[in-house]
Ligand binder design. Sequence first.
Ligand SMILES: [Zn+2]
Ligand SMILES: [Zn+2]
Length: 373
Amino acid sequence: MKFGKELNATLCSLPSEWHSYTIQYKQLKKLITQLVLEMRDVGLSPEELREGKISKRIVFENQGQNVISTVCIAPNESEGVDSEKLLQMRTDSAFFSALFDTLSGLSNLEKDNRKALTDTLEVLSDRLLKAASPREKDMYIWRNIFGLYHEASVFNITSDKNSRDRLDWFNGQMRERKFRDKLHHNSRDIFDEFILILTQLVSVVQFQRLNQKAMRKILKKHDKRTGLGESTYFSKFIAREELSLSADPCTTASQMIALRVTRVVPQPEDYSCPVCMDIAWKPIRLSCSHLFCLPCLIKAQDQEKWDCPVCRCADSVKKANGGNIDRGVQKLMQLYFPKEIQKKAIERSKELAIRDYEALTGYAVSNDKCVLM
Ligand SMILES: [Zn+2]
Ligand SMILES: [Zn+2]
């Protein structure tokens, strides 16, 4: 599909109030055609420019409502050294004025959208803090919901179509597992709002990426047809003008959700021991700041493995003992992961019982059977 058609088709699925902010791809394409004719009139050959036969630089200036582009042609050897020939083409300035005008509008729209979404997310975050707190029964359901949200990777991908597909997958999972029904009444409203915000963010991302693609395409076309190579100069110019355009909409969206929503409910992976990959039950903080579970530390010391297995910090395992338990993290884990901690405590007491039995009897317990050691 030609890009102009693709642009219109994608726009149909996006809010109509955004349509007027879109890069006017077709009009800009027409201006390029007119520019090529104007270049011929002033004696500038796209072919010679493309072949590098003419040495030039471009200057962009912002004059009120308009962007003025000046093509500075370096003189021939026969001419004076400092005598650059300056050319201002009406259609070229019209092209970049129109493009810059749209980008300014987009920058303001992005700012407004971001502000509105951030405000909504702040309120949602406060409500979620209460609804998903360790005192509430919904905490584990919220953790499962956010676990699946991470799995869906809604904003961690390169294609914008995928972002929508991933959100559909996530919504499908929510329906299949009936998470909404399992939540208490107050949490259900928050859930509905979370889904709504995700849907809006996916549209925002899709719109931003569509415009980025339109800009890339139209500038490439401009470079190709005129040979002027102005896209590089224009990119530097818009960077100087400090437009608030998100370079990577997916990352921005993903950070917005992580910061105000999903981080409210910690995931066990955030507190896992890098050796056994399970939750760091009785968390030991080594001098290098890495976190391990006590049983793994004891095992490492028994095997005389003295350095931190993560950062190789010398003797950090050797120096650690029960006094290195991170009480703050331990308290947080007891609060947020009561079930996981309980399971781990049972496993650990089983392990210790087996160890004692083996020491006393001389029999090794393997796969629930005893063998002579
Ligand atoms: Zn461990
Ligand atoms: Zn370390």
